[in-house]
Unconditional design. Structure first.
Length: 419
């Protein structure tokens, strides 16, 4: 049997008993009593493995029975005894307070056996019940009573011969041995099955590769057949269209096609222009309620007096370029009210140009505009506002980029004006 099977492990601990429980000074006559206790078992990394139920303690000992089997084969662990603080010492009597009463570092390979006749002298000594008896920590002092000092009652030898029988203690030890042996056999069987499974998987790997390669080869053949069938159909379609074109190839057929299609294109173009003009008129009507069309502070002009039938909506709409010099002076020396009004108007101008370019006329703009009210930006980060501006150079760059977008929109609208 391997040495690792002979080592005591944490899952072999059946119960824990705290002997000679002392809760006061050793030489003091006044002892302090704690109402309840529970234990916590932790591994070397501080991870909790088990927390017991609350036990009512006495002034002498406290017993924690029926510890569940642990899956961990650890021999080193930490045992903490946690006690409840009495009501007279608690700052809030209505609330239960707990504290670490004792902490023990346990090494199951270093514990020493204690028999039923031994007397434990140390205070607060933990006694571990294992499968083969009770054990204490190495630093626990014990008093061993010699067998000679134990007086036994002597009586006369009986003439009746007593036949030795199989006692209950022998049966109990045999049961423990059989239980331990069956556990070892079960672990050995599991390990052997795991090793055998790995060996079988290693031998089956070649067969697995062969099977999957055959499936992949079959899939490739099916795909090739399908592609060949599609290629044959395409060839038949091309030959059919070629034959129909040869039959219908007349000198006047192409002209007839364009002659019938051109009026439809003109009608579609007129409907598209009508829809664009209608959307632009609605957009102008919405923004006329803002300061964007104001004579003094605005940047867009819409001439309502030009009512000639030949004039279009594009003739009456005028987009002004931003005056860089005037805006930079206003950002440096202007009042806060003027800055806020101009920043708001610039935000409306940004939204107005963006809607014309994206939603109405589909005009590609060289610079991206981001409408954020009175703090709109160009190209994501460049500020196009005067209020709380920190860098005048960035504002100058934003004005140049915005003027480039306005020039793009003006050129598009200029081609649609009445000549």
């Amino acid at each position: 049997m391997g040495q690792y099977l002979l080592k005591r492990r944490l899952r072999h601990v059946r119960s824990v008993k705290i002997s000679n429980l002392c809760v006061g000074q050793r030489n003091s006559q006044q002892l302090m009593w704690f109402p309840s206790y529970f234990i916590v078992i932790e591994n070397g990394k501080g991870q909790t493995l088990y927390v017991s139920e609350v036990q009512q303690g006495s002034l002498y000992s406290v017993q924690f029975n029926e510890l569940p089997p642990q899956d961990s084969p650890l021999t080193h662990f930490t045992l903490r005894l946690v006690a409840e603080l009495p009501e007279r010492l608690s700052p809030s009597p209505d609330e239960k307070l707990w504290f670490d009463f004792r902490t023990y570092k346990v090494d199951l390979n270093q514990v020493k056996h204690v028999s039923a006749d031994d007397i434990i002298e140390s205070y607060n000594a933990p006694v571990l019940e294992l499968v083969d008896g009770d054990y204490v920590l190495p630093n626990v002092s014990m008093l061993t009573v010699p067998k000679e000092s134990i007086r036994t009652h002597k009586r006369a030898n009986s003439s009746i011969k007593i036949k030795k029988s199989f006692t209950f203690n022998y049966a109990l030890k045999l049961n423990k041995i059989l239980e331990y042996t069956s556990q070892v056999m079960e672990e050995s069987q599991q390990i052997s099955e795991r090793v055998e499974r790995q060996i079988q998987d290693e031998h089956k790997r070649h067969q697995w590769f062969v099977t999957h390669l055959r499936d992949y080869n079959h899939q490739l053949k099916v795909r090739i057949q399908k592609k060949q069938l599609d290629l044959r159909r395409l060839r038949d379609s091309v030959e059919h269209f070629a034959e129909s074109e040869e039959k219908d190839s007349q000198p006047h057929s192409l002209n007839d096609y364009y002659g019938n299609t051109y009026p439809n294109l003109i009608q579609s173009r007129n409907r598209l222009e009508s829809m664009r003009a209608k959307k632009l008129a609605q957009l102008i009507g919405i923004f006329q309620t803002t300061d964007l069309f104001h004579v003094r502070a605005g940047f867009v002009t819409f001439n309502r007096t030009l009512l000639d039938s030949s004039s279009s909506l594009y003739d009456r709409l005028t987009l002004d370029l931003l005056n860089k010099t005037k805006l930079l002076e206003l950002a440096t020396d202007g009042s806060e009210a003027s800055k806020k009004l101009t920043s708001t108007c610039l935000g409306y101008y940004t939204l107005f140009v963006t809607l014309i370019a994206t939603s109405i006329c589909s005009i590609p703009l060289p610079h991206e505009l981001m409408y954020c009210g009175s703090t709109s930006t160009v190209n994501g980060t460049t500020p196009l506002y005067l209020d709380n501006i920190k860098d005048i150079e960035l504002l100058s760059q934003a004005i140049d980029c915005f003027n480039g977008n306005i020039i793009q929109v003006i050129q598009f609208l200029k081609h649609r004006r009445t000549q």
